[in-house]
Design a protein around this ligand. Structure first.
Ligand SMILES: Nc1ncnc2c1ncn2[C@@H]1O[C@H](COP(=O)(O)OP(=O)(O)OP(=O)(O)O)[C@@H](O)[C@H]1O
Ligand SMILES: [Mg+2]
Length: 230
């Protein structure tokens, strides 16, 4: 999928939280959006998923203007979102969480569903446990598998490493790197080393505006750190 955002503005009341934000993701690549707490990262993803209507600007999916599309239509077009804090169904079992997503997207019982689950072996082990009984890291893996069950062309993740134990962070990193090439990834992160290991390109957001962007090969850790602090 070719994905672009152009000149996106967003306001909460009179406060402007996104300022002419632009970015693009090439097919099969991972773009990392970096920025401090409150920079506007989650707001940007909500505008991209259609959960918030931007006050100006456009979202383009394979060249089509998707700015007015519902979240459902974006999902059918290949966007999948793993929100910050995961938002799995705590009262449902792991299996029910996966199966609900698969049914909604017509992939129940298909190879796509099996493949998404097999990326995270712990989900099979915990299949009949309730989502709320999982550790934070296990819940994050469940949330990612649930998104992958929809067979996305663009996987959008909001701080997937936040508050998660290192071995699970490593497992998630491996999965994302294995997915790259086949699908595009939009990764919002504050964990810089994880982003550096995973991304092909970077956008740095500060106070709602893009203050730096470029290919990963042109950006050192020091350079990124300096801009995140802007
Ligand atoms: N529903 C809301 N109403 C009013 N202001 C909001 C709302 N949601 C977020 N904000 C404000 O908008 C700004 C951007 O918030 P956002 O959650 O997008 O940042 P973020 O980069 O995702 O931060 P974090 O790293 O903490 O998740 C912040 O100043 C925040 O306080
Ligand atoms: Mg956020």
């Amino acid at each position: 999928m070719e994905f672009r955002v152009e000149e996106l503005d967003q306001h909460y009341g009179s406060a402007q939280v996104l300022r002419r934000v632009g970015l693009e993701i090439a097919p099969g690549e991972c773009l990392a959006v970096l920025g401090r707490n409150g920079a506007g990262k989650t707001t940007l993803l909500k505008c991209i998923m259609g959960l918030l209507a931007p006050t100006a600007g456009r979202v383009l999916v394979d060249g089509a203007d998707a700015t007015a599309w519902s979240p459902n239509r974006r999902s059918r077009a290949g966007l999948a979102y793993v929100p910050q804090g995961r938002e799995i169904f705590a009262e449902l079992t792991v299996g029910e969480n996966i199966e609900a997503a698969a049914r909604a997207h017509g992939t129940h019982g298909t190879a796509a569903m099996e493949e998404a689950v097999s990326l995270f072996p712990v989900l099979r082990e915990m299949w009949k446990r309730s989502g709320g009984a999982l550790s934070g890291g296990q819940q994050q893996q469940l949330a990612i598998a649930r998104a992958l069950v929809t067979r996305p062309q663009l996987l959008i993740l909001d701080e997937p490493t936040e508050g998660i134990q290192p071995n699970i962070v490593a497992a998630i990193g491996e999965v994302l790197r294995a997915l790259k090439g086949r699908i595009s990834i939009l990764l919002v992160e504050q964990y810089l080393d994880f982003a550096i290991e995973t991304a092909d390109a970077f956008v740095i957001l500060s106070r709602g505006a893009v203050v730096e962007s470029g290919r990963a090969v042109t950006m050192t850790r020091d350079h990124l750190t300096r801009f995140i602090a802007v």
